[in-house]
Design a protein around this ligand. Structure first.
Ligand code: ATP
Ligand code: MG
Length: 228
């Protein structure tokens, strides 16, 4: 097991000689709080993999998301385990604990530096995020270099029109080269799922079955339960 991901070797991306230096690899990076992971996240990663010819997508749950400081977040171990359960049946998906293990506030730029240092140059990084989240990410501390470390893929809903202000904000932060991925609109969010579980409603089919089972077994998202 590598320090970066659970199954690097399976993906053929291990830097210990198993990487084929004669070809380029494309590795997608899907960051998020994943509290819990749901079909929107998984479909987004899969559609990005398909559209950009990615060899694999690494899901990286945030340790301490900087922009969610004023809200309670489920303990990292539970969020990590739910990601593992969700990705288990897709050989092109993998999960990395690096943001959780790094501790402290989570900044995407630190993660991308860490991955860039770890992988050989023939592994290209593709950072995938929602078009809205992209704006907050590029505006974070020290994010100027973000697009030098990874290609940026912003997932949009069908019909998304980029405003001048949106373009300006990206440019102000040095991000001129963002690819857009128009994905199927799946109107589901982690906040909605937490709310529904709290109200005793079923979220079956809105997240993988194993994740739903885990939530029930651990009693997550009940009125008082956000893990330890
Ligand atoms: P919350 O409701 O708690 O904010 P969330 O559902 O937005 O959670 P996050 O973990 O914050 O999930 O998001 C991780 C990434 O997944 C972000 O880049 C976000 O834009 C993207 N994402 C979230 N929901 C969807 C969805 N339904 N379809 C496509 N992408 C999504
Ligand atoms: Mg969100």
């Amino acid at each position: 097991m590598s320090v970066i991901s659970d199954n690097f070797d399976d993906l053929g991306l291990a830097p210990d000689g198993t990487v084929d230096a004669s070809r380029t690899y494309r590795l997608g990076i899907m960051g998020g709080t994943f509290d819990p992971i749901h079909i929107g996240h998984l479909a987004c990663a899969e559609q990005a993999r398909d559209a950009f010819g990615l060899d694999a997508v690494l899901f990286i749950p945030a340790g301490q998301p900087v922009f969610k400081k004023n809200q309670k977040v489920t303990c990292a171990a539970d969020r990590l385990e739910m990601c593992r359960l969700a990705c288990a049946d897709n050989p092109a998906f993998d999960v990395s604990p690096i943001e959780i293990e790094r501790g402290g506030d989570t900044y995407t730029i630190d993660t991308l530096h860490q991955l860039r240092d770890y992988y050989p140059e023939n592994v290209e990084l593709y950072f995938i995020t929602g078009a809205d989240a992209m704006l907050s990410i590029v505006s974070w501390r020290n994010s100027q270099g973000l697009s030098k470390l990874a290609h940026l893929i912003a997932a949009t809903r069908p019909g998304f029109v980029m405003s001048d202000e949106y373009r300006r904000t990206l440019a102000e932060h040095g991000c001129f080269d963002v690819s857009y991925l128009e994905m199927t609109a799946l109107s589901v969010s982690s906040s909605m799922l937490r709310e529904w579980v709290g109200q005793g409603k079923s979220i079956r089919y809105l997240c993988p079955q194993g994740v739903w089972q885990y939530i029930q077994d651990r009693g997550l998202y009940r009125a008082s339960g956000l893990g330890e």
